[in-house]
Design a protein around this ligand. Structure first.
Ligand code: UDP
Ligand code: UDP
Length: 460
């Protein structure tokens, strides 16, 4: 016979951070928890930065009426020049004192609160003050998390300054990664938003009840082991890999991709740099040249501005009339939001030229699509390194960070041909897909991790 606390439903509130790269995994986690009979309250910072975020939210609440929405009205701050997504993170943090009355008023009372890692330093003290167990969803890789946990110690240390680009960073004698993979703001001597919050959040996250990761054990065994064995931090919070988060029902595309239906299986390369990375105009045009020269079929998501509301120029103005005409013969070019999952799951798609945002990596793994990595910013080189080591794809390291050089069309074409013609990569990617499905399937590592968490939360 089950006890009455087994019958009790856990009530979980979720608070995402700015941008689709953070919102999407939170929505997927909300859907996963709902499917497991957890009561979910989703807190939505208002207004959002991008139109896509507000559309994703309304689509989600229409599909999941059982999830309660609580709007969190952000207080205005003096405008500053930081990236609009970072600015939004600052807004959320500076409005965070409004969270305690909001959380305390929820009924039934909350079992736990799950917040984004970029908000950890502000949210954790608030939850501690009202004795509410706080978990953090880290929306990047476990490998990035080894850096997140160790960077507060590394920052400003001579050990880091003295290393050459290719030297390996060590923490407590454990090898972390070559310095060349680090997000550039973390190597700057001067203060910047990314570095400051990375230090503050990385420090405070150790006081959370646990960290959830959208990754899976067989994909990131080594990093997860390093963290959980106490090699990175002596007493780390419990870290549980519960991914990849399957896409949820509300993510259907408006766009009909009938063109894709007519293409041979595995023949199409999908090209996208995520929700917030716009390549420079000259690089966009070289990429177009490369796509044509590669001879491959492709679907190309062109992004000209960081924030979609400002992305108002016609596609033809961005890539030029002549290139536009030639590109159309071989592929599909889109400047609106495309549901990436709908593309990666299509039988015609066999490759993904990706910036390696972590959600994109997990989605490629989920669908078994090989990656040609072209990291641009932030955690993306760390993620590209994982992709290459596990055999999900390849990475041309000489292409550097965004804006460091202009990669020419001929070079891009050659790398696309190599990637699309690589039969062993195709097979490896399918093997990774199987592993990903096993991890979240009944009794798999991620499934078990989430089941154990939920049963613990019922007793909180
Ligand atoms: N995405 C999408 N359509 C687009 C661009 C992005 O559906 O046209 C989704 C993608 O599937 C992923 C998220 O937006 O879930 C982007 O997150 P990621 O971590 O890959 O990169 P970021 O945008 O944060 O750089
Ligand atoms: N990050 C963080 N705190 C911040 C900003 C960034 O922890 O305030 C970490 C986090 O791991 C994030 C990664 O840096 O996923 C890359 O950040 P970026 O802004 O480049 O991309 P995002 O993931 O936000 O799309």
């Amino acid at each position: 016979m089950s006890s009455s606390s087994d019958q009790k439903l856990a009530h979980v509130a979720l608070l995402p951070s700015a941008g689709m790269g953070h919102l999407t995994p939170f929505l997927r986690l909300a859907a996963l928890l709902t499917a497991r009979n957890v009561q979910v309250t989703f807190i939505t910072p208002h207004p959002t930065v991008s139109l896509t975020e507000s559309q994703a939210l309304s689509g989600f609440f229409a599909s999941f009426p059982q999830v309660k929405q609580k709007q969190f009205h952000l207080l205005p701050l003096e405008e500053n020049s930081v990236d609009p997504f970072f600015y939004q993170m600052q807004l959320i943090k500076s409005s965070c004192h409004l969270l305690s009355p909001l959380l305390s008023a929820l009924t039934p009372s909350l079992s736990v609160f799950i917040t984004d890692m970029t908000l950890a330093s502000t949210v954790i003290p608030i939850t501690q003050a009202i004795s509410l167990p706080n978990y953090v969803l880290f929306t990047s890789s476990a490998k990035m998390m080894t850096l997140f946990l160790s960077y507060p110690t590394l920052a400003g240390s001579k050990a880091l300054d003295d290393l050459d680009e290719t030297d390996v960073i060590k923490i407590r004698n454990v090898e972390l990664m070559p310095k060349s993979l680090l997000p550039p703001p973390l190597l700057q001597k001067s203060n910047n938003f990314f570095k400051n919050s990375f230090i503050e959040d990385g420090r405070k996250v150790t006081e959370s009840c646990g960290i959830l990761l959208n990754t899976f054990v067989s994909f990131e065994l080594e990093s997860l082991r390093k963290i959980n064995d106490g090699q990175v931090l002596e007493r780390p919070p419990s870290v549980v890999a519960i991914g990849p988060f399957p896409p949820c029902n509300s993510e259907k595309s408006q766009l009909q991709l009938t063109w894709l239906d007519d293409q041979p299986a595995g023949s199409v390369l999908y090209v996208s740099f995520g929700s917030r990375t716009a390549l420079a105009r000259d690089q966009i045009r070289e990429l177009g040249e490369g796509l044509i020269k590669s001879g491959s079929r492709f679907v190309w998501m062109v992004k000209d501005k960081k924030v979609d509301k400002e992305d108002s120029e016609e596609l033809e103005e961005v890539i030029g009339h002549e290139l536009m005409e030639r590109v159309k013969e071989k592929g599909l070019i889109v400047k609106d939001w495309l549901n990436q999952d709908g593309i990666l799951s299509h039988r015609a798609v066999g490759g993904f030229l990706s910036h390696c945002g972590w959600n994109s990596v997990m989605e490629a793994a989920w669908h078994g699509v090989r990656i040609l990595a072209w990291p641009q910013n932030g955690d993306q080189k760390i993620n590209a390194d994982i992709v290459e080591r596990i055999g999900l794809g390849t990475w041309v390291k000489s292409w550097g960070w965004s804006g460091e050089m202009l990669v020419k069309g001929a070079e891009i074409a050659e790398r696309i041909r190599e990637s699309m013609g690589n039969e062993s990569l195709r097979i490896q990617a399918l093997g990774i897909k199987e592993d990903a499905r096993k991890a979240v399937g009944f009794g798999g590592s991620s499934d078990k991790g989430l089941t154990e968490l939920i049963s613990m939360w019922k007793h909180f």
